[in-house]
Ligand binder design. Structure first.
Ligand SMILES: [Zn+2]
Length: 302
């Protein structure tokens, strides 16, 4: 399996268009010891011919153009991208679908609740169904495996609710366990865990995480109060937003410290997170603990 990280930042990217935090300012000025990053996006393939996207970020068009492996080849309309697996209905995970219209056939997998949000409540996504066999919507259920070619997907529920834009009457009709999914993706050559939004590490996860060759784990925030401090008290706490901070006694570094896995990679990194700064103590601490920090263009062979 070949995994391409097309974008490694959390929503808003790095730098974020309306953010004047120290890191965004320094990045714009060219004096930051770290790379800019687009919004979280992964593509993977088993045969290097047909590709699956994990979610569809608002940056997908520039991410595809930056990745020759994903360019069309021959004919008029063509794409190596055959399918999209959605793990939530957040703007950051679905907005890119609208950039993937242009009459391109795509299989789009999501839970029944996420499909209702997209297909029944948001008529704009009808742009994906203008001709027969354009978007083919496919239901996935937590804890029910499905296959895409030689890749096996095991979806499971993560804590976390539906996006804030969902009306309360609709919210009452949806299944809470269908709001946010994690994935274990298995190919003949190995396994990867995909957990870009995790509010905690369950004790029961350790067994199957150890069986994975690679973990892509929630690297949104370094501390729980990071956004509040940077925004002068205006932001939410990390845990309130469904993201376990990396540092501290209850953070993900500590919670996953004993997990033996070939590569542990922090992914979905907010622009305020000091692990983006390769001269920071936070970056050094993460590396010393055996973790990597995802960056745009990173290739992971499993
Ligand atoms: Zn910023």
């Amino acid at each position: 399996m070949l995994v391409k990280v097309l974008g490694a930042a959390a929503g808003g990217a790095f730098p974020q268009w309306n953010c004047a935090c120290t890191q965004c300012q320094r990045s714009r000025s060219g004096i930051f010891a770290g790379q800019p990053r687009t919004q979280a996006q992964v593509a993977l393939t088993e045969d290097s011919v047909s590709w699956t996207l994990l979610n569809a970020s608002p940056d997908i068009r520039v991410q595809i153009e930056a990745t020759p492996r994903l360019w069309p080849d021959g004919g008029s309309l063509h794409s190596p991208i055959q399918s999209v697996v959605l793990t939530a209905a957040e703007a950051d995970t679905v907005a890119g679908l609208l950039s993937l219209r242009e009459f391109q056939p795509l299989d789009i997998y999501a839970t029944p609740s996420v499909l209702r949000i997209l297909r029944e409540d948001n008529s704009l996504f009808g742009l994906l169904e203008r001709v027969p066999r354009q978007a083919v919507w496919k239901e996935i259920d937590p804890n029910v495996e499905f296959s895409l070619g030689e890749l096996r997907f095991k979806p499971f529920s993560l804590p976390g609710g539906f996006p804030a834009y969902i009306a309360s009457d609709r919210r009452a009709q949806l299944e809470p366990e269908e709001a946010v999914l994690g994935l274990v993706i298995e190919s003949p050559s190995g396994k990867m865990a995909y957990l870009p939004g995790a509010a905690k590490v369950e004790d029961s996860w350790r067994g199957w995480l150890e069986e994975c060759d690679v973990i892509l784990f929630d690297g949104t925030f370094w501390t729980d109060d990071e956004l509040c401090r940077v925004r002068g008290g205006g932001g939410k706490k990390a845990l309130e937003m469904g993201h376990l901070p990396i540092s501290g006694p209850g953070g993900s570094l500590a919670a996953l410290s004993g997990v033996r896995c070939r590569r542990k990679i922090f992914f979905h990194i907010n622009n305020t997170n000091p692990i983006l700064d390769e001269s920071s103590p936070a970056y050094a601490e993460v590396l010393a603990a055996g973790w990597e920090v995802a960056r745009d263009g990173m290739e992971i062979r499993i």
